[in-house]
Structure formats: C-alpha cells, structure tokens
Design a protein around this ligand. Structure first.
Ligand code: SAH
Ligand code: SF4
Length: 359
C-alpha cells in the first residue's frame, strides 16, 4: 500500500470516527512486510503508554469439561465420544482460588462447558463463596450462553467480568460453525444482557475457523466497534480430534498477531490476552502476542489431572509458562522482551476505543 494511504488509515484507526468496511479491508489485506512491522511497533507503543511494560495475569480454572452444546469446532462438544469428562466441585474450585491467591493472582477466571449440573444457582453459590472469601479479587466467568436471569443471579453473587466470544459476526458463518440449536441472535442477546448488567465483557473470534473469509474478519472488526467490549480475546482455530472440523487446517499465527495489533490501535485500553491457542501453535507465541500489543496472560491453575482433559482443541498447551507453577518461567520469558508480570486486578479503565469517546 502507498505510504500516504497507509498513514491515512492509521490516523482513522486511532480517531473517534467510524471505520468504513473498506478501511478494515485494506488494513487487513494490503500492508506489506514493512507496514505490518510498523503496525506491531505502533500497537506495542500504544499498549506501553497505557499499561507500561506490564502484562496482567489471570488465574484460569477450567471448572468442567461437560457441555450440553455441540459447537462444530470444539473438542468438548457433547457429541464427541472421545472427550474425557470431569467437573470440579465447589471445594475444588475454592481450593484452586486459594492456590492462585497464594501465587499472587488477583483475578480468577472460571471457565467451562455449559454443564447442566453447574447450573445458575449452583454457580452463583460458588461465586458468592469466592466473593466472601476474597472480597478484593476480580471474578471472571466464561461459562457460555445463559438466560438474562442467570447472568443477573451470577452478577449479584459477585461476578465482575464475563468472557463470551461472538465467534463470528457473519450469521451464515455462525450457522456453519454451530448446530441448529444455537443462533447468533441468542449470542448477541447474551452479550447485550452482560453489558446491561454491568459486567466487563469480553468478545472475540477465532482466526482461521473453517469457512472464514477475509470479509468475515472485516465484519468481526465492525461488530467489535459496535459492541465496544472491554476485553477482546482472539486466537487461531486449532482442529480438535473427534469433531467435524478435525481434518481442517489451523488458523494463521501471523494473521492473529496482525489482528491483535489492529485491535490494540483501535481499542487502546482494551484487555487483550495473548491466548493459549497462539502459544500452542508457536513456542514464543506469548512473547510475540505481547510484542504485537496484547497485555494479558491467563496461566492455568486447574489441577493437571483435570486440565489435561479440558481439550477444546488438540495439543493444548498447559505446561511451561501456561501453568501457574511455572510463573517464574513466564516472568523470565517476559523479562527477555523487556516486560514484567503485573499482578494487580487490571480492571478495564476508561473508554475502550477512540470511538467510545463519541458514544
Ligand atoms: N463454553 C464456553 C467457554 C469454553 S470455550 C464458551 O463457549 O464460551 C472458550 C473458547 O474457546 C470459545 O469461545 C472458542 O472461541 C475457543 N475454542 C473452542 N474450540 C476451539 C478450537 N478448536 N480452536 C481454537 N479455539 C477454540
Ligand atoms: Fe461447549 Fe464452549 Fe465448546 Fe461450544 S465452545 S462446545 S459451548 S465448551
């Protein structure tokens, strides 16, 4: 792309003006190697001006591998007979929180399949117990689609944040990735409910999911501009054994990194994780994501005998710097690139994008 055009697009990206589809299209497809490098450098600068060289850590607790849903991409889908199932009890979850607290974490993330045994009331009881024992910590949930009442119950019990990726902004593509029982309309209803209830909300998509086109990614970026989420989680699609997409190709790490940079430039203050999926496909994926503008890592504190069964995709990384016991490994990796672990709660702070200033 001509330097002039590129500079104009960068200016637009950082401004409160809306981004036309064609601007996203060009920023995704046209930058040459040097311009992609420039994008990463600019995004890194924006992240550093907001978060210094700190990377927030969240303790990830995978509370259940049972799921009533049947998403075509996910190894935990209910039809996958090869999946190994487990669920943590209330005491085990509290035990994980205590362990995480001794390691210095100030955010717990409870993630799991949509396990009918871990219904709203049960989970609200667990959240309330965590809240009462750890009044100062942030509690994040990532347990799928629920009713408005369910989200409200969980919020009142003390949950602060909720991660629910929109997965894809294109309705046709959504239907290709999910069974008929799921609809994009319901996913968007969930995200609207979560926002209305005062959660800090995380949306996002897989990169390179089967059937995804460049145009779908443009739609994703436009939807994110509408949603104004406080957190944006993206990671490459990775095939999972026993699913309809087992034979598909994984998504591109390079494209994921480019998207992280674009998101950082558009949403300067958003919480953007260096996801496990990036680290799974690429040994120095965490470092590269941070250098592209990510500012969150979610080490796993689930007991190893369980977390090896939480196989949303194949070869999911759960040791090395992805494991909390190895926080020093993570600190070492970050130190090598000039970053440090920031143990504070790391709440979203301020308008998530230049655009939010006009909303
Ligand atoms: N059940 C919850 C949380 C667990 S799945 C939910 O669906 O929201 C969390 C995320 O993992 C999903 O949002 C999806 O984007 C991601 N995921 C699932 N299968 C994947 C795969 N095969 N490759 C990469 N990411 C995947
Ligand atoms: Fe269940 Fe989430 Fe996997 Fe879908 S992505 S099958 S809701 S765990």
């Amino acid at each position: 792309m001509r330097e002039n055009d590129f500079d104009n697009l960068l200016e637009l990206l950082a401004s409160p003006a809306s981004m036309p589809a064609d601007a996203w299209r060009r920023l995704l497809a046209e930058p040459d190697y040097g311009q992609r490098r420039q994008l990463a450098l600019l995004a890194r600068g924006v992240a550093q001006s907001n978060f210094s060289t700190g990377v927030y850590v969240r303790a990830l607790i995978e509370i259940s591998s049972y799921c009533r849903n049947n998403c075509n991409y996910c190894g935990l889908r209910c039809a996958n007979k090869l999946a190994q199932r487990y669920r943590l009890g209330k005491d085990e979850i509290l035990g994980c929180c205590r362990f995480a607290a001794t390691l210095g974490f100030n955010t717990f993330v409870l993630q799991g399949g949509e396990d009918p045994v871990q219904g709203d009331e049960w989970l609200a009881d667990v959240v309330a117990a965590i809240r009462s024992e750890f009044p100062e910590k942030a509690i994040t949930l990532s347990v799928g689609e629920r009713t408005s009442e369910g989200y409200s119950l969980l919020r009142n019990a003390g949950a602060d944040r909720y991660l629910l990726r929109h997965e894809t902004a294109n309705a046709g593509h959504y239907s290709m990735l999910h069974p008929h029982s799921m609809s994009q309309a319901n996913r968007l209803r969930c995200l609207a409910d979560l926002k209305r209830l005062g959660y800090q909300v995380g949306a996002g998509m897989m990169v390179g999911s089967p059937g995804q086109t460049a145009e779908h990614l443009v739609e994703d970026l436009m939807l994110l501009d509408e949603l104004q989420p406080q957190m944006i989680g993206i990671g490459p699609f990775i095939p999972a054994t026993g699913t309809p997409f087992a034979g598909e190709q994984p998504g591109s790490v390079e494209l994921t990194l480019q998207l992280i940079s674009l998101l950082r430039l558009r949403f300067p203050k958003a919480l953007i994780p260096a996801t496990t999926a990036v680290a799974t496909l690429c040994d120095d994926g965490t470092e590269r994501a941070v250098l592209a503008g990510a500012n969150v890592v979610m080490p796993n504190v689930t007991p190893p005998s369980y977390c090896e069964k939480y196989t949303i995709y194949d070869n999911k990384k759960n040791n090395g710097s992805e494991s909390a016991q190895q926080l020093d490994v993570l600190a070492g990796k970050l130190d090598k690139i000039g970053y440090f672990i920031d143990y504070s709660r790391g709440d979203f702070n301020g308008g998530s994008s230049a655009r939010s200033a006009v909303k």
